[in-house]
Write a new protein. Structure first.
Length: 362
């Protein structure tokens, strides 16, 4: 269940002086630090202010002047013990502190008057290709994960292209759009917004323009290698045509779905399975046959993999792999499998098994 924090009493600071005035007008709470005030307390005795003083998790703090402050008085907004905004005399800085949550975003939007939209980088990448965002590993920092497909003694490592570390788009006050512009390939400007990470600090002037546009997260553009992809499609076309024709012929609703009617034991005890993979018949699972499809769709196969496929009957192999595709997309308590799901998955496998079909251009 999501968590939401009420921001009705959170002030909007348009400048440094607004922060100073708020701190000076708010009442000091007994037994608290002299440099600490309740953020939602405006200093009045109304019911709203009394309610604001009860919100202990929203604090406005005055940072003592030290060498680290370069001799300037700085203020901080603390939200659940995390400093999400720093106010300096000439600029302010934001930091999600690792919390890309509705409550943190709501606080930042109210304090700065900006808008923050969720960012899904996969909407800007070619469909079906292995792409991801940078994930935070607290021991190793950012790293690019890899997908591994295994079958028998074979192992296929699928490199995943990292698009960005951004989790949201920052739109300055007065420049927000109704939604993130899908289809754009250029970011970090006033039109398309600024890409922000949830664990880094970003600085802005009080008119909400960024101090430096280079501080924002990068977005790496990708391009489909059509020449390589066409080679893959040409190589696998007979199998794809077989899958599409077989599914269409066995469909009872005009080519939308096919009855599943398969179980894991059916695949293990299938007579064709015994001939195709005789070494692993006793431990074979449908997931292993599904992994075999990756190696079959691979354009540049190793000599061992090529000899393996040459040694078995291709027609029987196709039937086995189609069974595995149907089981992969079978949902319990549902007697049908949608043909579109199978064909999309097969297209995805072709792209994943041949990473050279997608290249990063920036």
């Amino acid at each position: 269940m999501g968590f939401f924090s009420d921001t009705a009493l959170v002030p909007h600071f348009k400048g440094y002086q607004d922060v100073v005035d708020r701190f000076n007008s708010a009442k000091h709470i007994r037994n608290s630090s002299e440099n600490e005030r309740r953020l939602c307390d405006s200093g009045m005795d109304s019911d709203k202010d009394k309610n604001g003083r009860r919100q202990k998790h929203k604090l406005l703090k005055r940072v003592p002047i030290t060498a680290d402050c370069y001799g300037e008085q700085m203020y901080e907004v603390s939200f659940h013990d995390n400093t999400i905004v720093e106010y300096h005399p000439t600029y302010y800085a934001i930091n999600m502190c690792g919390w890309n949550s509705t409550s943190t975003i709501g606080m930042l939007e109210k304090l700065t008057g900006s808008e923050i939209h969720p960012f899904n980088p996969h909407a800007y990448a070619p469909k079906g290709f292995p792409t991801t965002t940078e994930k935070r590993d607290h021991r190793r920092g950012y790293r690019t994960p890899k997908v591994t497909v295994r079958f028998k003694r074979w192992e296929m490592k699928i490199p995943v292209i990292t698009l960005t570390s951004a989790v949201a788009v920052w739109f300055p006050e007065g420049r927000a759009t109704n939604r993130v512009l899908v289809g754009r390939t250029e970011f970090n400007d006033s039109v398309s917004g600024y890409l922000i990470d949830d664990s880094k600090k970003y600085t802005f002037n009080y008119d909400n323009t960024p101090i430096d546009t280079k501080q924002f997260a990068e977005f790496h553009k990708c391009k489909v290698n059509r020449k390589e992809l066409n080679k893959v499609r040409k190589e696998v076309k007979p199998f794809v045509d077989y899958v599409k024709a077989t599914l269409t012929l066995t469909s009872n609703d005009g080519g939308k779905s096919v009855p599943c009617g398969l179980k894991e034991t059916h695949l293990i005890n299938h007579p064709i399975r015994q001939e195709v993979i005789s070494d692993y018949i006793h431990n074979l699972k449908a997931s292993e046959m599904y992994s075999l499809i990756y190696f079959y769709c691979q354009l540049k196969k190793s000599k061992e993999v090529k000899n393996y496929f040459d040694s078995i009957d291709e027609g029987r192999l196709w039937a086995e792999m189609l069974d595995a595709l149907k089981i992969e997309h079978h949902i319990p308590y549902r007697s049908i499998v949608f043909i579109e799901d199978i064909m999309c998955d097969l297209d995805k496998i072709m792209k994943h098994a041949n990473p050279r079909t997608l290249v990063r251009v920036s």
